[in-house]
Design a protein around this ligand. Structure first.
Ligand SMILES: NC(=O)c1ccc[n+]([C@@H]2O[C@H](COP(=O)([O-])OP(=O)(O)OC[C@H]3O[C@@H](n4cnc5c(N)ncnc54)[C@H](O)[C@@H]3O)[C@@H](O)[C@H]2O)c1
Length: 327
């Protein structure tokens, strides 16, 4: 049944989620991994049983006729690897953030434009069935009027010593998930996100290392407005969103298993969300990427989109005030 031969580059913590999603996707087969760290490479080979394991990802690309590669390294290591994969016309999944800054995202986009391979940025929030079901309801009611997102973490040293040089600031590296979620929830069509046109942001740093705080008000090109709050020195991991349309409100707790509270026409809605209408409870970014490759369609989170999301993250980081023009 598997039609797509898959390789993974970078077998650290987050790759484990990709291994699980690839295993759950019958149209994909993991055939090779590349990891520079010997222990991690051996562990991934033993646990996930690819046919081949390489130290050098170029050797993997030379020797294996791969259809799809997942690049799951830290942002500072992504650019040369992504350019190499796209340069060889391989379908490429790029981890977030797609590079250290928007200039790197643009370089990846340029390579994607020249490539026969498709590129997807692996942002799982866009593909959560509960998010898609709420989004569908919003669009049926004329689209979101206001969207809000919170993305907080305790001071766990997200960007640990030794990693700072391969990770952009927290709002770009990590809270990008909910900056992008704002754009996605504000989008008025099933496949499009809204673009920010104005941003009023305040960003500052706490006394402790690695505890930045951000607040932003955002206007979107379709009339929707958003607010974003992020703080890396709070009491716990909190990842929530709140969206409002005419006669509709939804509160999304995405901290772990999604919990959705929905109000329609002034009443709490007790009925479960219709997840089957948006691909079913097992839908995820891996299934979507397989669909896009096999049906020759555009992923919902292409690099084009992430030039916009990265610009917005960087605007919040620098405390931008006023119109946001994205070339
Ligand atoms: N979507 C999410 O929810 C989510 C969650 C956590 C992390 N991430 C992202 O996933 C990425 C990886 O994070 P992580 O925590 O797994 O990091 P990690 O450091 O645990 O893993 C990265 C791995 O890449 C390997 N690597 C680096 N350069 C390589 C190369 N040239 N060839 C082969 N292997 C190479 C490293 O040895 C390491 O094992 C980051 O970009 C991070 O932002 C996403």
């Amino acid at each position: 049944m598997a039609e797509l031969k898959v390789g993974i580059i970078g077998c650290g913590g987050h790759a484990q989620g990709h291994f699980a999603m690839i295993k759950g996707e019958s149209r994909m087969k993991l055939v090779a991994i590349a990891e520079i760290d010997e222990d991690r490479r051996n562990r991934a080979k033993a646990e996930h049983q690819p046919e081949f394991a390489f130290r050098d990802y170029r050797e993997m690309l030379d020797k294996m006729d791969l259809d799809v590669v997942y690049v799951v390294t830290m942002p500072g290591h992504l650019l040369p690897i992504v350019l190499e994969c796209l340069g060889r016309d391989v379908h490429t999944s790029v981890e977030k953030s797609p590079g250290m800054n928007v200039d790197e995202t643009r370089q990846m986009l340029e390579a994607a434009h020249k490539s026969k391979g498709k590129a997807i940025v692996s942002v799982n929030r866009r593909y959560k069935p509960e998010v898609l079901a709420v989004r569908k309801l919003l669009q049926e009611r004329g689209g979101a009027v206001q969207v809000a997102a919170n993305y907080h973490k305790p001071p766990s040293g997200l960007i640990r010593p030794g990693r700072r040089e391969v990770a952009p600031p927290e709002i770009v590296c990590d809270a990008i998930h909910h900056v992008d979620l704002l754009r996605w929830m504000a989008g008025r069509t099933p496949t499009e996100a809204a673009n920010a046109t104005e941003v009023y942001a305040h960003s500052w740093h706490g006394a402790r290392e690695g505890t930045p705080r951000h607040n932003a008000i955002i206007a979107f090109d379709n009339g929707c407005h958003g607010t974003m709050m992020s703080h890396y020195g709070v009491g716990g991991r909190i990842q929530t969103s709140e969206v409002h349309a005419e006669d509709m409100s939804a509160y999304l707790d995405l901290t772990s298993t999604p919990k959705i509270t929905l109000y329609l026409d002034g009443k709490l809605c007790e009925e479960p969300l219709d997840l089957d209408a948006v691909g079913g409870p097992g839908f995820n970014e891996t299934r979507h990427f397989a669909d896009c490759i096999l049906n020759d369609t555009m992923p919902w989170s292409p690099l084009e989109e992430f030039v916009n999301t990265m610009e917005l993250c960087e605007a919040i980081e620098r405390g931008h005030q006023g119109k946001l023009v994205i070339a």
